[in-house]
Design a protein around this ligand. Structure first.
Ligand code: IMP
Length: 181
């Protein structure tokens, strides 16, 4: 079934997102006040969220990016690998990983383990969205924008086959459409 934007409805408006990102930004600005912080965006989904979030932080912030992809190995264990990696060592640095959404938690748990092994002096995880009902790996998430039900979402960085990342609102697949899939 080919899905189009008409099959989706707004779940979180641009205004709700803006307000919540500002709240997360001030909490982070307070936590990292006067500290050098490396903000690590997980591409591609986090690019809008990260762009808005870092504008709330102080001057001693550097931005870096990585990209991972997942593939299924042994039945219930997802495997994740780096497509590309950070451009700087993070040993002794305060690091904040910024992700669009935590679904099964496999990506987040892989990233936390991988970056912790590089000797960061602190490592925190911030996700705009959390779908806890689908969790397969426990992840210590420090900052969450919104906890959402188990619905497929697009917009504000999140895609469907590469499309819709540029939408300003976050949309969820309409339940009647989901029921037909
Ligand atoms: P996890 O390893 O299952 O937690 O995967 C997280 C990744 O799956 C996110 O970074 C997204 O790229 C993708 N993802 C999970 N749920 C959705 C969704 O509802 N819409 C778009 N992408 C999603």
């Amino acid at each position: 079934m080919d899905l189009g934007l008409e099959d989706f409805e707004i779940l979180l408006s641009r205004e709700a997102i803006r307000e919540r990102v500002a709240e997360l930004g001030s909490a982070l600005a307070a936590e990292y006040k006067d500290r050098d912080l490396v903000v690590v965006g997980v591409l591609k989904g986090s690019f809008l969220f990260m762009a808005d979030l870092v504008r709330h932080l102080g001057p001693k912030v550097t931005c870096d990016f990585l990209r991972v992809s997942s593939y299924e190995g042994v039945a219930s264990t997802g495997n994740v690998r780096f497509d590309f990696d950070l451009t700087q060592p993070i040993v002794g640095k305060d690091v904040l990983i910024v992700e669009d959404i935590i679904d099964t938690g496999l990506t987040a748990s892989f990233l936390i383990r991988a970056l912790a092994a590089r000797g960061a002096s602190s490592l925190r995880f911030c996700a705009l969205l959390d779908k806890p009902s689908r969790r397969r790996a426990e992840v210590p998430v420090d900052y969450i924008g919104f906890t959402i039900p188990n619905r497929f979402v697009i917009g504000y960085g999140l895609d469907l086959d590469g499309l819709y990342r540029n939408l300003e609102h976050i949309y969820a697949l309409k339940p009647e459409i989901e029921a037909r899939l």
